[in-house]
Design a protein around this ligand. Structure first.
Ligand SMILES: Cc1cc2nc3c(=O)[nH]c(=O)nc-3n(C[C@H](O)[C@H](O)[C@H](O)COP(=O)(O)OP(=O)(O)OC[C@H]3O[C@@H](n4cnc5c(N)ncnc54)[C@H](O)[C@@H]3O)c2cc1C
Length: 456
């Protein structure tokens, strides 16, 4: 009897333990056939930016190609799609990788119930992580709230070696495949995705930047990071495959620690599912945030990279142009939204979700909450990033700003970080700062003071 494998955020064939389990079961059941399915949620897909839509289409195209075109894609309600594919292939078991984020858990619960009603079993296995969320706990059994002890324990726990795709099976002939979705928005950027591209990206990063990663990863103007976040978020590469290739050197060790941040945030979200869109530290919900027309206008200026702060605007425009933003710049723009514009972190996180091709529910929610000072192991709220000084430090020659903000391309060197100081700085239409950073910094600290818990 055939088995169905429901691909989710694990769009690859190699090092896919849940897929191998489906293959082994199909071989034991007799006919050795596995039907590969992707269920597209059309309610959410068309709300995404053009880059995100194209990027999923590329991922599906690449996956389909590695399956000799035998990937079935169904559109609409996910549970109905999975049940329909399972019934059409006459299977009694659907296999999938277990999700740990709230939406993924709700989705697999709904699919499990719908399948059960049709007399079919949903078999979940493995996870999108080297160490499954929830499996590393403090000695008292509670979840970790601080990264470093989590990391130490995570590293000690270790993970299994990568596994090759199991052999001796056939993909089913695709039944009632609706094909890849047609994006409704254009992508300004030529998106590349898929398992082969992920492995190629990793190989190039190992040669290009892994050795110096500890030194260069914060420089926005250099290509000092891996750019593997999309591949990790969509499971085109499993972290096991990456971790297995790391040695013991400063660059490798810091890179391993960044992979562990992804695992830490997944663990935190698993234990605190409400923190996907609510304050991890509830007292921050009581803080005063700006609302109304002026606040809405500031949000739009931030989204479009029109705040008048070059480093913030370069980041926001990099996001619109490429679907990705450098980590250091994500922190700068997030701090600016919350502490200079006094908007809520969820407003920024939603914009990131729409536009980031590496969108990941745990890393996004907790990257925002860390920067906003309301998350676990967070940067303290009173640490307000100065967008000008951050520019001088992490884009020292101004190349990053000039690349993404053409109205400032005429300004040489680091002077680009304060164009308002130059006679001709704003002549090409770049806006003056929409707020005064020094004033807003004090204002945000004043608002913090109002929610401080009095010392007993
Ligand atoms: C406000 C904010 C929002 C973010 N939203 C996301 C998101 O939606 N999806 C996402 O994958 N990352 C997110 N991050 C984390 C980080 O910015 C990206 O993972 C990183 O920039 C991706 O580039 P890279 O692959 O070149 O990273 P590298 O520096 O090469 O790191 C390798 C991998 O480690 C993981 N990683 C690195 N830094 C972090 C981190 N701080 N937190 C969690 N994982 C990390 C990523 O999977 C990354 O691909 C966010 C950070 C902030 C501050």
């Amino acid at each position: 009897m055939a088995r169905v494998f429901w691909f989710r955020r694990d769009l690859r064939l190699q090092d896919n333990i849940a897929l191998n389990e489906a293959i082994d079961a199909a071989k034991q059941d007799g006919d050795g056939k596995v039907c590969g399915l992707y269920a597209l949620n059309t309610d959410t897909f068309f709300d995404l930016s053009g880059i995100r839509q194209h990027s999923l289409v590329e991922s599906l195209a690449a996956l389909g190609a590695t399956m000799a075109g035998k990937l079935v894609i169904r559109h609409g309600n996910i549970a109905q799609s999975v049940v329909a594919a399972a019934v059409a292939s006459k299977t009694k078991t659907v296999h999938a990788t277990r999700a740990f984020d709230p939406a993924g858990v709700a989705e697999q619960n709904e699919v499990g119930l719908a399948l059960k009603a049709a007399g079919i079993h949903l078999q979940l296995g493995d996870s999108y992580y080297a160490v499954a969320p929830g499996s590393i706990t403090k000695p008292d059994g509670g979840p970790y709230k601080v990264y470093t002890p989590f990391f130490n324990n995570w590293f000690r726990a270790g993970w299994s070696a990568p596994v090759a795709l199991a052999e001796g099976f056939d993909w089913c002939e695709p039944l009632e495949c609706q094909g890849r979705p047609k994006p409704t928005a254009d992508s300004p950027f030529k998106v590349r995705a898929g398992e082969a591209f992920a492995l190629e990206t990793f190989e190039k990063f190992k040669k290009r930047a892994l050795f110096d990663y500890d030194e260069l990863r914060n420089r926005a103007d250099l290509s000092g990071t891996s750019h593997l976040s999309h591949a990790l978020a969509f499971g085109e590469i499993h972290p096991r495959t990456i971790l297995a290739d790391l040695a013991d050197s400063p660059g490798h060790n810091v890179f391993r620690k960044e992979i562990a941040w992804r695992e830490f945030y997944a663990d935190v979200l698993w234990h605190n599912p409400q923190s996907v869109d609510q304050y991890y530290e509830p007292r921050f919900a009581k803080m005063a945030y700006d609302k109304g027309k002026t606040a809405d206008a500031k949000l739009i200026a931030w989204q479009q990279g029109q705040t008048g702060y070059p480093m913030v605007d370069a980041g926001m425009r990099q996001l619109l142009a490429t679907g990705w933003m450098h980590n250091r710049v994500r922190m700068i723009v997030a701090s600016f939204l919350v502490k200079d514009l006094h908007l809520e972190w969820q407003q920024g996180a939603k914009w990131f979700e729409k536009n980031l091709s590496d969108f990941d529910p745990a890393s996004n929610a907790h990257g925002w909450q860390w920067t906003a000072g309301c998350g676990t192991d967070a940067s303290p709220y009173y640490r307000v990033f100065n967008p000008i000084l951050q520019g001088y430090k992490f884009d020292p020659d101004g190349n990053y700003v000039r690349k993404y903000v053409p109205e400032l391309a005429h300004i040489p060197g680091k002077a680009v970080h304060e164009p308002w100081l130059l006679v001709d700085g704003l002549i090409h239409g770049y806006p003056a700062p929409i707020v005064d950073h020094a004033v807003e910094r004090d204002e945000s600290l004043r608002r913090l003071e109002a929610i401080k818990v009095p010392k007993s």
